[in-house]
Design a binder for this molecule. Structure first.
Ligand code: UD1
Length: 427
């Protein structure tokens, strides 16, 4: 298995091109199931999760063609054509690889009147149920049974519009129900919907495909169902989590990085918190410049929240940044119940962190030291890369496949800014 080896200590300087957002690309790709015409997505990131979803869509009968000009050795466009759906089952082997596969449920049910999707089960960051997806579809008239680990859903006479009030904000449930509602009979109102930029990106693409959606970007989405959707061409929003991660690479190493294509309006909560810690953000025509002057980082408190709050997907990275700050930082996780798996690994590198329930108290230490480390999920893995960039000596990150799920060519992007980082492949 590949490893990432980092020798810490270099301040990063340079430009990093931010890719299209993984978490926008995944629901957008499943939206292709809603129409028999071609959906073209541009700015597609080249990631393991995208390949997994392409395999899943292919086995539903969707034609998947990567084309367009090659940038950084990657074809960034994909054409998805679901002329006929040949199979409405999403099997365990693919869903267990990636939970976002459950996003085929709403589109398949709306288009075909049936879907059989493996239950995703728990994962490293918590139990992560899909009850809100299921309840919402039931409110829209679907008959759903849970059998042998599968969600068996039927709507032989089609779905009907409903008022759905989410008891908590869920990105995935909002996306699944939004897609289902576009082809339902009548009006669906999603109350307490997620406002994450990836949800907004999906809603905009659905409108370009002929859907009728009001309230995009707000807590209430009103969808008037239409008989059919058509094709469209949509550019995927830049990845705010990738941008935030590289902003933190500049912060932790005391460097200066231009995040090309990044949008400051999508990382405002992160910019505000990091500004308090001594990091400067500047909006430019080509993206966002992030820099830390010579002064030390200062400990700041952070609480994760749904958008526009501080994203849970940047919590682990922020914790890495705070390990060497002056003073203390209280980091509170409110979205997932078990998202501190990176704490013991950071501690092995010399960090001083005490966890009490949903909060971690990070007391800054003068330096981290390199160590062999591994992580159990994507964002935890990248937090260890950030720690490795500033640690004395060599850090070796194992289980690199987690990183490859969500960060495109991360070692190349960081090396281009002066990081001493390499991927080591087994002989
Ligand atoms: C998405 C993101 C993930 C991010 C998360 C929160 C994708 C592919 N993944 O995940 O990177 O960390 O949003 O911003 O976009 N919940 C329930 N019942 C449900 C659904 C969710 O209890 O039916 C709970 C979850 O366990 C969690 C919380 O709601 O505690 C938020 O989860 P949700 O927003 O649904 O996350 P995902 O869509 O899975």
């Amino acid at each position: 298995m590949d490893k990432i080896r980092i020798r810490g200590g270099n301040p990063l300087r340079g430009t990093i091109a931010i890719s299209g957002a993984k978490n926008a690309a995944l629901p957008l790709m499943t939206a292709s199931l809603l129409t028999d015409h071609t959906l073209t997505l541009t700015n597609l990131p080249d990631l393991a999760d995208i390949a997994t979803l392409a395999t899943l869509l292919d086995q539903h009968g969707v034609g998947v063609v990567r084309n367009g000009s090659v940038e950084d050795g990657v074809r960034r466009n994909v054409q998805l054509t679901a002329a006929t759906i040949t199979n409405t089952t999403a099997p365990y082997d693919l869903v267990r690889k990636m939970r976002a596969s459950v996003l085929v449920l709403g589109p398949l049910l709306a288009r075909c009147g049936q879907a059989r999707v493996s239950q995703p089960g728990g994962c490293a960051i918590g139990t992560r149920p899909v009850d809100l997806h299921i309840k919402g579809l039931q409110q829209m008239g679907a008959e759903i049974e849970l059998e042998s680990g599968y969600i068996e859903a039927r709507a032989p006479r089609g779905l009907t519009g409903a008022q759905i009030v989410f008891p908590m904000v869920s990105v995935g449930a909002t996306e699944n129900l939004l897609m289902a509602a576009t082809l339902a009979r009548g009006r669906t109102v999603l109350v307490n919907a997620a406002r994450e930029p990836e949800v907004t990106d999906l809603a905009r693409c659905l409108v370009a495909m002929g859907a009728s959606i009001e309230g995009i970007g707000s807590h209430t989405l009103t969808v008037d169902g239409v008989d059919r959707l058509h094709g469209a061409c949509h550019a995927i929003v830049p990845d705010r989590i990738e941008a935030g991660t590289f902003a933190m690479a500049a912060a932790i190493t005391g460097g200066e990085i231009v995040l090309r294509h990044a949008r400051l309006d999508l990382i405002q909560a992160v910019a505000k918190i990091l500004s308090g810690a001594g990091v400067a953000f500047e909006e430019r025509d080509d993206g966002v410049k992030v820099s830390r002057a010579d002064g030390a980082l200062i400990g700041v408190d952070v609480m994760t929240e749904p958008f526009p709050g501080f994203p849970t997907d940047l919590q682990a990275q922020m914790m890495a940044v705070m390990t060497t700050a002056q003073g203390a930082a209280m980091i509170t996780e409110t979205i997932f119940e078990n998202r501190f798996m990176h704490v013991p690994e950071l501690a092995r590198m010399g960090a001083n962190i005490t966890v009490h329930q949903a909060s971690a108290l990070v007391r800054g230490v003068p330096r981290l030291t390199g160590a062999p480390v591994m992580a159990t999920d994507l964002r935890a893995s990248v937090s260890l890369v950030l720690a490795g960039l500033v640690a004395e000596g060599t850090t070796e990150l194992n289980r690199v496949y987690h990183l490859d799920r969500g960060y495109e060519r991360i070692e190349a992007k960081l090396a281009a800014c002066g990081a001493d980082i390499e991927r080591v492949r087994p002989n």
